[in-house]
Design a protein around this ligand. Structure first.
Ligand code: HEC
Length: 451
């Protein structure tokens, strides 16, 4: 009897201990919440950042704890479309189940601050200024871009022409957004003119890409020479997406040579909707280099306007969900640096992978829920070598029903991939690959400077 009483007592004590230990830990801001927020949210959510409010101090985060718990458990924030079970990229922003639970419990248990005395708040680090200092050339528009307050997205093509005393090597072009709430994504190329172009400077640097279903936008911007020829184009010299930390490839990779007459061509200049009249005065910083560009970046486009067609042709009937694809066999070995999947509003899922000549498959990127607003450039932590004869395959799903919240038409309309059309209501399917011609040992090059 005594034994069993002891046993019962022991059991009760055990119960008490175990119920204490399973009692959720009282999470606090300093130890538990701040590391999650600073790592995944504050690059956008800081003063002057892309997001509408800051999350750098206890108070900023505590007063929104409920909304934070909500948007993180729904997966709405942080925005990171690429599936991290499929492949990995630099600067990934995703929360683990555990982190989501911490944010939620912290909210439910009254947002404990922890020991905030002497706690270092998030401090935005300017990677470029830290890495290479001040720019050698600042390229501004001749007047700010006007954004009427009509709550509409704007998709522009822009040209920033400039002249310099002599041909020069450059290390980097940096896009500096002015109106961070409205400037959405930017993708810029470098144009270098080998002969003089008389009417180079433009009064109107912007045209609306929605007005052009073909390459006429480039003529409207007065890009070709008088004889109709086009200048040399260096692809993707600068990209920008709110909250994506600026990125510099390691020494020796990238860079370009600019001629006396050059220009930056912004092929995608996306301004988000604004409820009031507003202006944007974004600009570019150019950083010179003593070194000649050793390995300038190259670009391969698979799909629309690229090296391999979309198949079947991109034609999507109303109320249809349909798969399309494109595949390309590499004629030479390449070293892959960065991927940029691109579709418009009807696009829903995107997947790309590479099948090596010996049959192995290398996953490149998978996006399960395509979101037109988050057009990332995804850089691999380490160069990926794809040998000659590799087949790169792109598979995508397009949803032209009303289940697709982004469908621009109600009722749904016939959607086409008119080759060369920049209208957002026409479709595109592209995988844009930034690469270098392969050199032995490339696969050992780490691109992530934090590693
Ligand atoms: C890449 C930039 C970026 C990152 C990273 C980011 N946000 Fe946001 N966030 C935004 C932008 C832009 C908005 C406003 C537009 C929108 O709601 O889509 C926003 C809006 C929000 C909102 C308001 C939502 C609403 O319905 O009004 C909350 C809450 C939020 N973010 C929380 C977070 C949290 C928590 C994290 C990190 C776990 C995070 N965000 C990471 C850019 C970002």
């Amino acid at each position: 009897m005594a034994v069993s009483l002891n046993k019962v007592l022991g059991f009760v004590i055990l119960l008490i201990i175990s119920s204490c230990s399973t009692e959720t830990k009282q999470y606090n801001f300093v130890e538990d919440v701040a590391p999650i927020i600073f790592e995944n949210c504050s690059s956008c959510h800081h003063k002057g950042g892309a997001a509408p409010f800051a999350m750098v101090k206890y108070h900023d985060v505590a007063k929104r704890a409920k909304m934070i718990a909500h948007v993180t458990s729904s997966g709405y924030m942080p925005p990171w479309p690429a599936d991290t079970d499929y492949s990995h990229f630099i600067g990934e922003k995703t929360l683990s189940e555990k982190e989501i639970t911490i944010l939620n419990d912290w909210y439910l248990h009254g947002v404990a601050p922890g020991d905030t005395l002497g706690f270092a708040n998030y401090n935005f680090v300017d990677v470029i200024r830290q890495g290479i200092g001040e720019p050698d050339l600042v390229l501004k528009m001749n007047k700010p871009f006007f954004i009427p307050g009509d709550n509409k997205d704007r998709f522009m093509v822009a040209k920033f022409p400039f002249t310099i005393a002599s041909d020069t090597n450059i290390r980097l072009v940096e896009f500096v957004p002015d109106n961070k709430q409205l400037v959405h994504h930017v993708n810029a190329h470098l144009l270098t003119y080998q002969e003089t172009k008389d009417s180079h400077l433009l009064q109107v640097p912007f045209v609306n890409s929605e007005d052009h279903t073909d390459s006429s936008a480039f003529y409207a911007l007065n890009i070709p020479y008088e004889n109709g020829g086009f200048p040399i184009l260096n692809p993707s010299i600068a990209n920008y997406l709110p909250g994506v930390e600026p990125f510099i490839y390691p020494e020796g990779i990238g860079g370009a040579r600019i001629s006396k007459q050059s220009a930056l061509l912004v092929k995608d200049f996306h301004f988000g909707p604004s409820p009031k009249d507003d202006w944007d005065d974004s600009y570019f910083n150019i950083y010179f280099d003593k070194e000649k560009p050793k390995r300038p970046l190259k670009e391969l486009i698979i799909g629309t306007q690229g090296v391999s067609p979309v198949s079947p042709p991109l034609l999507i009937a109303p109320n249809i969900v349909k798969e399309f694809g494109s595949e390309y066999t590499l004629p030479e070995a390449i070293s892959v640096l960065t991927l940029n999947p691109h579709m418009h509003l009807i696009g829903k899922e995107f997947k790309a992978f590479a099948v090596l000549p010996l049959g192995d498959t290398i996953p490149l990127i998978k996006i399960k829920d395509w979101n037109f607003r988050w057009q990332y450039f995804y850089t691999f932590p380490q160069i990926i070598h794809l040998p000659k004869g590799t087949i790169i395959k792109v598979e995508a799903l397009f949803d032209n029903t009303l289940n697709n919240m982004d469908n621009p038409f109600n009722p749904p309309q016939f959607i086409m991939g008119r080759n060369g059309s920049m209208k957002t209501t026409d479709e595109m399917l592209q995988l844009i690959i930034t690469y270098l011609p392969y050199q032995i040992g490339d696969e050992l090059i780490k691109l992530d400077s934090n590693e």
